[in-house]
Design a protein around this ligand. Sequence first.
Ligand code: ADP
Ligand code: MG
Length: 548
Amino acid sequence: MAYTAGGQPVLILKEDTQRSRDREARRGNITVAMIVAEALKSALGPRGMDKMLVDSLGDITITNDGYTILDEMELEHPIGKMIKEAAKTQEDMVGDGCTTATILTGELLKKAHDLLDEDIHPTIIISGYRKALTRALDVLGDIGIDVDLVDRETLRNVAQTSMSSKAIGTTAAKHFAEIAIDAVMQVAEKRGEEDYVDKDNIQIVKKEGRSLGETELIRGIVLDKEVVHQGMPKRLENSRIALVNAPLEVEKTEFDAEIRIRDPTHIRAFLDQEARLLEKKVERVKESGATALFCQKGIDDVAQSMLAKAGILAIRRVKESDVENLSKATGAEIISSFDDMDAEDLGWAGLVEERKIGDDKMVFVEDCKTPTAVCVLIRAGLERMMEEAERAMDDAISVVADVYRTPKVVAGGGAAEAELARQLRSYAVKIGGREQLAVEAFSDALDVVPKTLVENAGHDILDTMVALRAAHEEEDGHYMGVEVHTGDIVDMREKGVLDPVKVKEQAVKTATELASMVLRIDDIIAATKPKEEGAPPPGMGEEEEEEF
Ligand code: ADP
Ligand code: MG
């Protein structure tokens, strides 16, 4: 890329750099965002269709979970990658609403495109959108319905609403909702005035089973491991727990050592010596008073039988994350050498037990000293169902946790978006000037949520949208939304279709920020061509040269 300064061409970028600027760059980017959003639209809501995603290795995922779809789509274009990152933020912050956020981003950009055509500067659009966002967050606070956290019915509705778009069926969704609520309640802790939920304390483990109905909540930790030796106890009550991240094996020398034994009696002596070393370690375990040993590394066969003889339950090669969770739950210190083992390092659990789950054995550590860690054991017949079930459970846990953190919900089925749109329309008039147009565009963009829900359910879009708007003009019309099964406009509170305020807040925030970010870009400088052959993606046209 060459510039000229004083008649001399100055090369400031590599020769094959691609560059596109201003209108071209912006429009290209907007188009990409709109295409990605369009692709997700048919997945929104309970009547959303599934996508079959085939990755480069041929593995198949079937889902209509927005985040999973974006994550599996191998998006090459930088804007596609930005959308994916934004969806990840949405997922990390609130665990739901990714499809909504992406569709809204696409719509905000589509409306911005029209404004650009009317020669409205991107800066004006961005500041108008920002004002609209601030107002939208206020309105969400206003229309949010306060939730009493002991009101299980509301939590159940929120959980079920989040799972209504997952292909697990209503019976399983009901069962999952109860588990999600119990799990969150168990791990919730007070931090100052707030109820804090650390989702990392809720482990999700999957194991093949007969049906989703077998899915259960374990108040403790589950290890996908079995007790190492037949002769060991399989069930221990009141267990003192040792966590070690060193091997219970004879240490191998760092270098290759060759031991020449000429006399057969020496073999015996050598093996005896090894056994003595192991015995010393096992002796330390016994002396500490431990009854269960969780070892992050291997346990030698000889040591296994010594432990068994001592009546100690042992598990080897436990995952590091599991060892850490065990430490948190049982209060045991993780020690790095058997020589250091001491009674003070031990933790405690009411029950350690190996159980047969499906065709496998798993070890359950329950009734722990600090019962703040739980595990949801998901059971499903089909591998594919298991994955979808995990996503459903994850959504349910997320939304219940969201309500715990901010105890407010809004009506779903497009009710909250329709109300936001209505209130923003009257707010726009107060803004005036060109920014008013941007605020109006923002408000129109919000309609995409109810519209898409209606479209996916196969109802008449125009009629339903007119009815929805009219309903919101009525007194106390805040909660009117689209009942997707009938296409009627009803009070969503009565239908129990409720979304956490936190999810909606994050979705409008994510969408506004992402749309603004895309609008702010007026120059794309790509170091290498995105594709060797074929047409460049939109907005990455031929190199332009400029002269000063
Ligand atoms: P997201 O990834 O944005 O969470 P979903 O596919 O989970 O997308 O759909 C969420 C939307 O579906 C929310 O707006 C929610 O209110 C709506 N929804 C859920 N259940 C119903 C229902 N029974 N009737 C109407 N809308 C519903
Ligand atoms: Mg959802």
